[in-house]
Design a protein around this ligand. Sequence first.
Ligand code: WT7
Length: 650
Amino acid sequence: MSKKIESHLTEDRVFKPSKEFSKKARISSMAQYKRMYQESIDKPGTFWAREAKELGWQKKWTKALEWKAPYAKWFVGGKINVCESCVDRHVREGRGNKAAIIWEGEPGENVTLTYRQLQREVCKFANVLLARGIKSKDRVLIYMPMVPEAAIAMLACARIGAVHSVVFGGFSAESISDRLEDCKAKAVITTDGGYRRGSIVPLKANVDEALKRYKDVETVIVHQRTGDKVTMKKGRDVYWHEEAAQVSAIHEPKGFDSEHPLFILYTSGSTGKPKGILHTSGGYLTGAYTTCKYIFDMQEDDVYWCTADVGWITGHSYIVYGPLANGVTQVMYEGAPNFPDFGRFWDIVEKYSVSIFYTAPTAIRAFIKAGDEFPDSRDLSSLRLLGTVGEPINPEAWMWYHEKIGGGRCPIVDTWWQTETGAIMISPLPGCTPTKPGTATLPFFGVDAAILDETGQECRADEGGKLVIRKPWPSMLRTIYGDKKRYRDTYWNDYDGMYTAGDGARTDKKGNFWIVGRLDDVLNVSGHRLGTAEVESALVSHKVVAEAAVVGRPHEIKGQGVVAFVTLKGNAKSSDALAKELRNHVGTVIGAIAKPDEIFFTPALPKTRSGKIMRRLLKELVETGSVSGNTTTLEDHEVIAALQKQVSGK
Ligand code: WT7
């Protein structure tokens, strides 16, 4: 970012929460927000200790924060069992018969688990894990659809101090084996299959495939979801229900150190393989809990629904740990938003009287396209608060969400955060913050966010720069699993002692943060981060591909779509059939979300004289159809001219 970016986008519409909403909200005025924010920045120890105390610790900490950049320790010396804080604590406090999870399967069946029932299931499964020899700090990979057992499996791991790593059910066998290899997992928890858009995803078969490559898994526990026949390897593979039938439903939760590892979650970066983001216990839970409490304004009688998958960080913080730490009732849905049609989400809202609804801009855009008749024909009057996450929300989608789903009465919290931050960092507080379509507004408590230029100076209002966080926060990542150097290089290298998010952003004159998007080679497809390098290496792993370059192109629903430029080896011939084969190949290596929308075959890629692929030119080409930018460093000008013809000719 050598040039300063001035912004001319202005948004004049301002929406304030109704008096009625504010009156009942946990934070009801800007004065209250400002007072608490100031305290959280000036005296983080005092502020966070007050919040953390509510979580039920087995031993109190001696020091709230120990910060030796870039390593933070929160609630040093404290002992907590994250699972007991999310489950048993509520049973103890009188919420035993309150619904914790109301689950609906895609085919339509539903199951309600009260906090007491959840406790029973979690204890049993913790005992199953122990019986299978899983110990504290062992890594357990979870590869499951959106069924309550996914949450139970995560909580049971936390309960015995094992470290879970959830892999999104849409990822491929190769993605599983890469992650198994990286974290050296001892066990895998999966299901026979899962329902998605009417068909069955063969999860166990994918695990079998992955375990041909990674052989150190001792136990595979299979929950029966579909009842389909799967192969079970003797001695290694067991059924969840059979094991659970043999153990006690009582398990005493032992307290673990506040910095005990809780989970590893893989996320894409600009280079190489996905990064295993490590989160720990006390600080993470405090972040997830506090953000739910204040940003989703969770109250005793709310019915909360987050439509994310447990395979992403949103599912960790805002389906499992945050909502359960708050003792709220939540809806969990297994399937696709458009099954059997685009009315499914609104049916669920109506059926269970959902009051707080959290989804992604990409889903909202798909709903807009599907037509207003779907929400119009349902009763959405139970809703009181809406949220979005994953990418900047375009003002049209914001307005539609506000009017069609929120009936003009529900505040919208546009929440900015990342896998690394563990919890929401920038967001309105629904009872006080004036919102504007397109901005995530103001930093949450304890978040010292700023926009800096190349030299480390703070940018002026409306001037674009890099988004950084200047102080440690409780739910921050602790490292990249097994790679301290990459942790430092990726997040802490730009400015001394500050966390760089990798996003470009600006603030307006009122201090609202407008997130522009990623500054690195990372795409945001349907709200999910995908490294261009990852897709490229998947393409190059195909036997006929010599070289590949991947860029993002604006996409109406997905936000960004993947476009690939491919050169072939020797005498391989390009064809539509080959393009299809390569798309499927990427699907096999990474997962369907990474499949390129379009593949251009080219005899050569535009490179600098030193041999670096000039993705910037390719990006401009797919965005505008031509290249006007600086091409002086280009080695061969013919290449770009030929590509220009090809791209615009399509
Ligand atoms: C990246 C993080 C955090 C859960 C979802 C994805 C983008 C996220 C917003 C938002 C603008 C957003 C950023 C960020 N992003 N939320 N409200 N406004 N951009 O988590 O996969 O770790 O991706 O998503 O670019 O860096 P993730």
